[in-house]
Design a protein around this ligand. Structure first.
Ligand code: PXL
Length: 284
């Protein structure tokens, strides 16, 4: 048996409302990846449409956790970052990258800050400038179209999009630094929704779509990012990984919509994990 590939997942832990670490950890583990977690904050729930959440910031712990892991000589096959709550956390995570980047590992940054044309409540527009700097250090970034506009300092375009707009956006994002870009929330009409990928090395653009399930469901970016990384670390190509992540996310959303679950409570990825494992060829 080979050694497991290892991921460092750097996100908050929102106790209720499935997103960030409560999504990343189960999905990556199910995909056969050893996952170390660096929690950046502990919240009672996520901040999307739920009032009165508690927020315990863990910024103070990040440098000492980084130093301890470094002293153990741990190597990571990937570093996966999501929700980060402050400029200071962006700096500390940049330092984490400096410590753990190797010639052949993957730094995946999901620049979590906004969706549907709006910043999440705790962020100001200036935060996007800090997030852009973090993205410069990444090998692959996974913004939605709102985050893409913020990273590029452009006005949000609510869509439907054209191939020209998507491809220009992908190339501009890649010019910030990351060789690979996966843009989520892409649609050319009302029937389909998915992702677009770009690899600057091959100059290739590709699309992955599934039938759109109406409604806005919380935590889907983290479900998507975790499935994408799972596929990449199971040696699938960028395009294959994006197609698998779109399918996994859409199928999780469909189950949630069919059950009539509150859209703020996260999506049913749990019952969709077997589908992911089949797509990853980990089970028959
Ligand atoms: O899913 C993104 C996310 C992660 N963590 C927290 C959030 C959000 C989105 O709102 O509030 C705390």
């Amino acid at each position: 048996m080979k050694q497991l590939k290892r991921v460092a997942a750097i996100h908050d832990i929102s106790g209720f409302g499935k997103c960030s670490l409560t999504v990343a950890l189960p999905i990556l583990s199910a995909a056969g990846l050893e996952t170390a977690v660096l929690p950046t904050a502990v919240l009672s729930t996520h901040t999307g449409g739920i009032e009165g959440f508690t927020y315990r910031d863990l910024t103070e712990d990040i440098a000492s956790i980084t130093a301890h892991w470094k002293s153990l000589n741990i190597r990571f096959d990937a570093v996966y970052t999501g929700f980060l709550g402050s400029f200071e956390q962006l700096d500390l995570v940049t330092r984490f990258f400096d410590e753990f980047k190797t010639a052949d590992n993957l730094i995946l940054v999901d620049p979590v800050m906004a969706d549907n044309g709006e910043l999440y409540t705790i962020f100001t527009p200036e935060f996007a400038v800090g997030m852009r700097k973090l993205c410069e250090k990444a090998d692959i970034i996974v913004p939605n179209l709102t985050e893409a506009a913020l990273l590029l300092g452009e006005k949000y375009n609510p869509g439907p999009y054209t191939e020209e707009y998507i491809e220009k956006t992908l190339r501009k994002l890649s010019r910030l630094g990351p060789q690979k870009v996966v843009l989520t929330g892409v649609f050319f009409d009302d029937n389909q929704l998915g992702a677009a990928t770009y690899d600057a090395k091959t100059n290739e653009v590709a699309y992955a779509f599934e039938e759109r399930v109406p409604g806005y469901f919380h935590g889907t970016g983290d479900v998507f990012g975790s499935a994408l990384l799972s596929a990449l670390l199971n040696d699938l190509s960028l395009n294959e990984a994006a197609a698998i992540a779109v399918r996994f996310t859409t199928s999780s959303i469909r189950k949630t919509a069919e059950a009539g679950t509150d859209i703020r409570f996260g999506v049913n990825f749990e019952h969709t994990i077997p589908e992911l494992l089949k797509d990853l060829k980990l089970i028959k």
